[in-house]
Design a protein around this ligand. Structure first.
Ligand code: ADE
Ligand code: ZN
Length: 341
């Protein structure tokens, strides 16, 4: 069996993807027409051609602007359902989805519209495809901590259906410590907490996310590689990193996938996972990310299996589900043992 088929059938969890970053060009244009929203592009090809970015901020400008096509609960349902269908096709058994409510409420979209659309699609995907998912609300780090706390309070009606909270957006100049009280409150309420750190920001932001925000997972985390003591700590504590190689390539965090720190961190004993971040903007879903790493970093079959195992180790799921998911990996490995290589 070739590696493409091996990765395609490998059971995995995806832990770092933004719902707003998964609007495929065809859906984007349909939503714009459906809602009468003026956009700069007329065709899918024009849209795809626009997806060239100098850095994170350059991407975020387009990404936040693109959110304007999401207006009704049906729109939020459609984009979420489409992503979960694709994830299911990539043999994702469980997905944890990022949603940035502030990007919608600041445009006048009611929070209930956003939440009911997204949560409805998650329930439909579970019923129809058996894929489980959890929702993580992300505070935008260019906004104030007070705005983050207001978002947290506004989400109270949905606390029982939320997995946790995260931090995303423009990293440099917005250190994790700016959100210390927000994260403390999320933890007090019993939520899981994660943060984007060390994507464009320095290793110090990764450390601050762990020590001050007390996150259970780091999103990206690339820059930790610059601090050997931090790498050793993250490995010893098995603090997971949700890495996104094709995103890093597109946003010029790395010059090539071959230069990506994923393999070095995996070899150092970190709980590294592979994810797509904003798949429609970065040209690849989760399996494309696995395959890009396999090719550029020379990953062996054992590495691919370890990455998939890590995804379930790092997932916020009940232990019984974790055990069943790891057993599904073992079964796939056994099933393919005689035919791989
Ligand atoms: N929001 C969506 N994608 C992001 C990324 N790569 N970094 C920070 N915030 C984001
Ligand atoms: Zn992200």
């Amino acid at each position: 069996m070739n590696v493409r088929d091996f990765v395609a059938g490998l059971p995995k969890a995806e832990l770092h993807m933004h719902i707003e970053g998964s609007i495929e060009p065809d859906l984007f244009i349909r939503l714009a027409r459906r809602n009468g929203v003026a956009i700069r592009w007329q065709t899918e090809d024009e849209l795809r051609a626009a997806y060239q970015f100098d850095d994170l901020q350059d991407f975020l400008d387009l990404y936040y602007d693109g959110c304007r096509v999401l207006v009704t609960a049906g729109d939020f349902f459609d984009v979420t359902r489409d992503y979960l269908r694709r994830a299911h096709a990539d043999r994702v058994l469980h997905a944890e989805l990022f949603l940035g409510p502030q990007g919608h409420t600041s445009r006048g979209v009611p929070l209930a519209t956003v939440m009911e659309g997204v949560l409805g699609a998650m329930e439909a995907a579970r019923a129809e495809d058996g894929i489980t998912s959890g929702l993580i609300a992300v505070a935008q780090r260019h906004r104030s901590e007070e705005e983050g706390l207001a978002m947290l309070a506004d989400l109270e009606p949905w606390y029982g259906r939320l997995l946790g909270f995260g931090l995303g957006g423009a990293e440099v100049g917005n250190p994790p410590g700016k959100f210390a009280a927000f994260f403390a409150r999320c933890r007090e309420l019993g939520f899981k907490v994660v943060a984007h750190a060390g994507e464009e920001g320095p290793a110090a932001y990764v450390r601050e996310s762990v020590e001050v925000l007390q996150v259970q997972r780091l999103d990206h985390g690339n820059a930790c590689i610059d601090d050997p003591a931090l790498v050793a700590e993250l490995a010893a504590r098995r603090v997971p990193l949700t890495m996104c190689p094709l995103s890093n390539l597109k946003l010029r965090v790395v010059d090539t996938v071959a230069a990506h720190p994923l393999k070095r961190l995996l070899d150092a004993g970190l709980c590294v996972t592979v994810n797509s971040d904003d798949p429609s903007y970065f040209g690849g879903y989760v399996n494309d990310n696995y395959l890009a790493c396999e090719e550029a970093l020379g990953l062996g079959r054992d590495d691919l299996v370890q990455l998939a195992r890590n995804s379930f180790e790092a997932a916020f799921i009940p232990d019984a589900q974790r055990r069943a998911s790891l057993a599904a990996i073992d079964a796939w490995v056994a099933q393919t043992a005689t035919t791989t290589r």
